[in-house]
Design a binder for this molecule. Structure first.
Ligand code: FES
Ligand code: FE2
Length: 432
């Protein structure tokens, strides 16, 4: 019953060059409940970066779908996860989102649990109760790829590497930018958008909106530079927004997608100073992709890795059909110069911060779209742009990188890659 209902919300007719989704996918309470159950509580989702939990006992609290979890660093150096609900009467075990605790003490009645394996180690005023009878449940699967930690409640999920597939090649372009590794910088920009999580998932790989929604950003930065001049590294290269530079889009499989465009001036990137260190290690083609091209990678269902004017991790946390929490972190090269770090943070603040010059405009567009999704006389959102540039498998650019996408597009502003996102959505939503 549910299966046919949800599958029918994606109208997939490539033979007619038609691909559209029913607006109920953004508004339906039943759709959202099924998404939590079938997508966010079953498939791999991103939870945190290893640099956020470097020491034994460090934990990071988040959710897998509706279920609260703690992802933590164990004494043996491995990363694990525990369901964040006391084995007594279910209180959350952490007072803060991040912290360090080898023993988790519940604030309600004082039961204590080992952060290593969840064993109950003490029951206050036990009165014969045996702590050995109680434990926090473990998150069944937690795996890391080059510092990016993913988890799932599904014991039968395929290995993380299989889930990432071709997308791992694009992750490498960010993860391999420093011999010392990458680190999440302190601080988080957290905000709530009155829009469905899939609208945010679309927006981060939507180059089509850039010249309308971000005209304000481009004009403001240009004017600011005219008035103040550049300080330190060159300013954000807003010329790429026009789409005049070489660009493209890939459907990477499993719902993962990426858009990319050449940078007008690679020397404006904070990474440029590492050219002599990194290029010999990775070769000229990978270096060109790392530093010479901006990329927005979406890892279905909840993570963006954006390497544009600055670098960011953007995590989507669905709260309801019409509300999504977004957490944004700046990811940086360990050991970079003060000048590069300052430029990275300045550019991060300009565009990516929840209160920045660009993200606020995106949020307004998403909220408009969410409101419009209630229009029922014409209930379909249509993805028809850019089929003339679409081809199955890798194009020449991908082949040179060793990337094997499901499909390529020679433009960065088509709507063809949403086919990959929504076929994955339909596949998972049809498995009930
Ligand atoms: S709910 Fe945790 S000790 Fe009672
Ligand atoms: Fe945007």
């Amino acid at each position: 019953m549910l299966q046919s209902n949800f599958a029918g919300l994606v109208d997939d007719r490539p033979e007619d060059n038609l691909f559209r989704v029913h607006r109920r996918i953004y508004t339906g309470e039943d759709v959202f409940a099924a998404e939590m159950e079938r997508i966010f509580e079953q498939s791999w989702t991103y939870v945190c970066h290893e640099s956020q939990i470097p020491k034994a006992g460090d934990y990071y609290a988040t959710k897998l779908g509706r279920e609260p979890v703690l992802i933590n660093r164990r004494d043996d150096g491995s990363v694990g996860g525990l369901l964040n609900a006391c084995a007594h009467r279910g209180a959350l075990l952490n007072p803060t989102q991040r912290g360090n605790s080898r023993v988790l003490v519940c604030r309600y009645h004082g039961w204590s649990f080992s952060a290593n394996d969840g064993r109950c180690v003490r029951i206050k005023d036990a009165s014969g109760e045996d702590p050995a009878c109680y434990a926090l449940r473990k998150v069944p699967r937690v795996e890391s790829y080059k510092g990016f930690v993913f988890a799932t409640l599904n014991e039968q999920a395929p290995p993380l590497a299989e889930h990432l597939g071709a997308a791992a090649t694009i992750i490498d372009l960010l993860a391999d930018q420093s011999g010392e590794g990458m680190e999440v910088l302190p601080g988080v920009s957290s905000y709530i958008v009155d829009g469905n999580w899939k609208l945010q998932a679309e927006n981060g790989v939507d180059a089509y909106h850039v010249t309308t929604v971000h005209r304000n950003f481009a004009n403001t930065v240009k004017r600011r530079d005219q008035l103040l001049g550049h300080k330190g590294l060159k300013s954000t290269d807003v010329g790429r927004f026009s789409g005049a530079l070489k660009n493209g889009t890939y459907d990477l499989g499993h719902g993962h997608t990426v858009i990319w465009t050449m940078r007008g001036d690679p020397a404006a990137a904070p990474l440029w100073e590492a050219k002599d260190e990194i290029e010999p290690k990775v070769g000229p083609v990978k270096w060109d992709w790392m530093c010479g091209r901006g990329r927005n990678l979406f890892l279905f269902p909840n993570l963006f890795l954006m390497d544009q004017s600055s670098t960011q991790i953007r995590v989507l946390i669905p709260l309801s059909p019409s509300r999504t929490e977004v957490k944004v972190y700046c990811l940086a090269r360990k050991g970079e110069s003060r000048a590069a770090r300052a430029a990275r943070l300045n550019k991060f603040r300009d565009f990516f911060l929840g209160s920045g010059l660009a993200t606020t405009d995106d949020s307004a567009a998403l909220e408009d779209t969410q409101s419009g999704a209630h229009a029922s006389a014409e209930p379909w959102n249509v993805f028809r742009r850019g089929w003339d540039g679409y081809s199955q498998g890798p194009d020449e650019e991908a082949k040179a990188l060793g990337l094997n996408p499901v499909a390529s597009n020679s433009r960065w502003d088509p709507e063809t890659h949403y086919v990959g996102q929504y076929r994955r959505w339909r596949e998972l939503m049809s498995d009930g």
